[in-house]
Structure formats: structure tokens, C-alpha cells
Design a protein around this ligand. Structure first.
Ligand SMILES: [Zn+2]
Length: 281
């Protein structure tokens, strides 16, 4: 009797979970705060033992608190977010790493801190518009290695995934290598990945321009950027190159599509903030 009631409860919950869980988890959460009670990849939740449900005294079942986190983890893997990027949020983007008393080179009179705060605010605003159902122009975060660009891009991806948006996070050099290595042999996988890059709701292109470009890689990138311009799909990108170098690497046509998709936004630091984070720890 009790078992039947539980099973019925589970069936009913399973029906509504797909639509509800991520949105509910996201709505309850303030911008930037990532719950810490995420079960390890291979570790079971101590509350529900990994089933995702908790039995109540009346014999019915309810979702365990870990469930939204497990769904987020699946979404992050599907989005190709590497494990070290899955914890990045707007909340743990540490503005104190950016000096407030020093003018940033190229910052048009703004300090490192002001530029970083502006970059964070613009990225958050872009996410908010996507969550509201819009297709805003994304950002092209520009700055040297270790300036925090990837952190902001990953924070955006995580926030959007929490709210049930479809995101693909591509480290561009790896993406191009993977495509090149798989084209010709098992063409289907690479074609699927290329199609996903074109069509996904939000695309993040991390580390754009550092790949050793050939006509083929330029043409692949152009096809992705051009498709997304035509469809008006939100795209974020990061690069440690300046415009001249980006133009040389990508070609004029791709740079023009990129700037149509993304507003350039400078994010620089006076040192590698990842190392500064280690000093603080
Ligand atoms: Zn649980």
C-alpha cells in the first residue's frame, strides 16, 4: 500500500520535473550565489542516497534538494563546461583583485576596478535579458591572459544553465582541433557539434584567435558566426588579442560578424588574477 503511494508520487513528480526543476532552483537563488551542497560527481547525496527523492511520513515522495544540482551538473556537461569552470559565478568574481587606484591601459581614464565592475555588470545584464526571453547582443571580453575573462564567461554560462537555457561553451582552439581531427573519418559527430555551435541558444567562444589559423578553420568560424548573426542568436566571446591581431587571425569578414554579435568590453588586470587568488588563499 505504502509502496504504491510512493510509486505514484514518483511518477507524477517525474512528469513535471523536466520543466520545473531548473527554473525553481534558479528562481530561488540570488544572482551569483551558487549553493555549496553539490554532491560530488561520483558521490551519492547523504539525504536521498542518490535517488533524488525523499520519502515523507504520509507515504508520498518529494524532490530532494540535491536534484536541481544534479540536473545542473548534467546541463553543464552537455554544455561542455570543464569541471574547473562549473563553480564560477558572478558572486565569486572577485572585484578586489582589480586595483581601484590605478588607471588601466586602454581603459579611457577608467581604473582596473571600474573596468572589471563594468564588465561584470554588462555580462549580468546580458544574462538577465536572455532569461527574460530576449536575444541580446553578447559581449566580446578582451584582455590579457589571466584577466578574468573566462571566469565571467563561465559565470554567465552557469547562470543561464541554472535557468534552463541551452548553452554551449567552446574553448575555440580545442573545438577547432576536435572538428579537424574528426572530420573525414566519423563525420557525423563533428557535423553535430558544428550544428550545435551554430544553433544553440547561447554560444560562448572562449579564447578566440589563439588557434593556428588555416583557411579551413577560418571558414568554420565564419560559418558559425555568420549563421548566428543571421538568426540573431546571443553569443559571448573572450580573446587576449587586440582588434588588429583578431582581424589578422580571423579575417575581416569574421571580425565584422563577431562585432555584430558582441559588444567589445575591456577586462584587464595588473597581474594574473588567478595567481593573486592563490596568494590570498
Ligand atoms: Zn539528495
Amino acid at each position: 500500500m505504502m509502496r504504491r503511494k510512493v510509486a505514484a508520487g514518483v511518477d507524477k513528480l517525474t512528469d513535471i520535473i523536466n520543466d520545473e526543476v531548473i527554473a525553481a532552483g534558479g528562481a530561488a537563488e540570488a544572482w551569483g550565489n551558487v549553493p555549496s551542497a553539490v554532491p560530488a560527481d561520483d558521490g551519492a547525496c547523504p539525504i536521498c542516497g542518490g535517488s533524488g527523492f525523499v520519502l515523507l511520513q504520509d507515504g508520498t515522495a518529494k524532490r530532494c534538494a540535491c536534484y536541481a544540482e544534479q540536473r545542473l551538473l548534467l546541463a553543464q556537461k552537455e554544455a561542455r563546461l570543464q569541471p574547473n569552470l562549473r563553480r564560477m559565478s558572478f558572486g565569486n568574481f572577485d572585484l578586489s583583485c582589480y586595483p581601484s587606484g590605478i588607471m588601466a591601459p586602454g581603459g579611457k581614464g577608467q581604473t582596473y576596478y571600474q573596468l572589471a565592475r563594468e564588465a561584470r555588470e554588462k555580462t549580468i545584464k546580458c544574462c538577465q535579458e536572455v532569461i527574460k526571453g530576449g536575444r541580446p547582443r553578447g559581449l566580446l571580453l578582451l584582455g590579457q591572459v589571466g584577466s578574468g575573462k573566462t571566469h565571467l564567461a563561465a559565470a554567465a554560462a552557469n547562470q543561464l544553465l541554472r535557468r534552463g537555457k541551452r548553452v554551449l561553451f567552446l574553448v575555440v582552439p580545442d573545438f577547432l582541433d576536435e572538428l579537424r581531427n574528426s572530420f573525414g573519418s566519423e563525420g557525423a559527430d563533428s557535423q553535430r557539434l558544428l550544428d550545435k555551435a551554430k544553433r544553440t541558444e547561447v554560444l560562448v567562444l572562449d579564447d578566440l584567435g589563439t588557434h593556428n589559423m588555416s583557411d579551413w578553420t577560418r571558414s568554420v568560424l565564419f560559418s558559425v558566426l555568420n549563421y548566428r548573426v543571421n538568426e540573431g542568436l546571443t553569443t559571448l566571446a573572450t580573446s587576449n588579442l587586440d582588434f588588429a591581431a583578431l582581424q589578422e587571425q580571423l579575417g575581416t569578414r569574421s571580425l565584422s560578424r563577431l562585432l555584430s554579435l558582441c559588444e567589445p568590453c575591456l577586462l584587464v588586470s595588473d597581474c594574473d588574477i588567478r595567481l593573486r587568488g592563490l596568494e590570498k588563499a
